[in-house]
Design a protein around this ligand. Structure first.
Ligand code: GLN
Length: 288
């Protein structure tokens, strides 16, 4: 790529948007190439499509080639661009946080459907990472208070910037290990996208640029989910809901755990790929 662009440049004295995209599409995904060039030029896809003949400056070419080399080495596009769209917002991401996934939008949608109306509810997001879940909920429900917890100060710094970026004034951030930051607080809904991949799982090879602390859990990937489910009753209002994301083969184990802990109205929802992805339940007795 480097050589071909330079050769072309010496021949034409200019490298155009169209030429650099065609050349990049030989070595990386075509769509990724578009994203990277959009990021370098600070333009949208429509601009790229309608300016194929526009020549690039040497700085722009060099910058694109650096990103291209990193992409070829496997770095996710979201980290190279420094952002990722989630639900209806765009979030800053750095290698300190998990890249928000489309399947996690199901967790947000499910949470939004369970938040009662008519009073100021308290929502807790455990392991907030970039803050995507907490901030999306806060933006959709300005009438609730969202508390977002993470163990990593670096992740919280990203999440705080995202809250400012989206003017989410109804979110507070707490640095803590799951529930350890709370004593007497009670929440109406607790939500989490905890680490749930088992140590040694082959999927981890594709996720090596993302923080292992946000991905991997002991005991077949169920350790954090178990901690959250068993401790949640102490932090839930009567009839409060707990719901969380889990791995493709963990729904049964999660449902059993919720049942054993005293949750009722236990549900599991599949993501758009048809994979069981979100499980939850309500804590408290069924009204007579
Ligand atoms: N959904 C992510 C993946 O499999 C994992 C996220 C997580 O562990 N919470 O790529």
């Amino acid at each position: 790529m480097l050589v071909s662009v330079q050769q072309q440049e010496s021949m034409d004295a200019s490298v155009t948007i169209g030429a650099i995209l065609r050349s990049a599409a030989c070595v990386i995904d075509r769509v990724d190439a578009h994203w990277l060039l959009q990021s370098v030029l600070s333009v949208d896809i429509v601009f790229l499509m309608t300016h194929a003949e526009l020549p690039l400056s040497l700085e722009q070419i060099a910058c694109f080639q650096q990103l291209l080399a990193r992409r070829i080495a496997g770095e996710p596009v979201a980290y190279l661009m420094g952002e990722r769209g989630f639900y209806d917002l765009v979030f800053e991401v750095t290698p300190d946080v998990l890249i928000p996934r489309p399947e996690t939008e199901l967790l947000v949608e499910t949470t939004l459907s369970k938040i009662p109306c008519g009073r100021r509810c308290n929502i807790l997001d455990l392991g907030t990472g970039s803050g995507a879940i907490a901030i999306t909920i806060a933006r959709h429900r300005p009438d609730v208070n969202v508390t977002a917890v993470d163990f990593s100060p670096q992740a919280l710094a990203v999440a705080r910037r995202n809250a400012v970026k989206h003017s989410a004034e109804n979110v507070v951030f707490v640095e803590a290990d799951w529930f350890s930051g709370f004593i007497n607080e009670k929440f109406d809904v607790i939500v989490a996208n905890p680490p749930y991949i088992a140590e040694g799982d082959s999927h981890l090879d594709d996720l090596c640029f993302e923080p292992a602390i946000a991905l991997v859990a002991q005991n077949n990937g169920l350790d954090c989910i178990r901690k959250i489910v068993t401790q949640a009753p102490d932090y839930l209002e009567h009839s409060g809901w707990l719901m969380f994301e889990h791995g493709h083969d963990q729904a049964d184990a999660c449902r059993r755990l919720l049942d054993k802990t005293g949750f009722i109205h236990i549900f599991t929802r599949p993501d758009l790929a048809g994979i069981d992805r979100v499980t939850g339940g309500q804590y408290g007795s069924i009204p007579a």
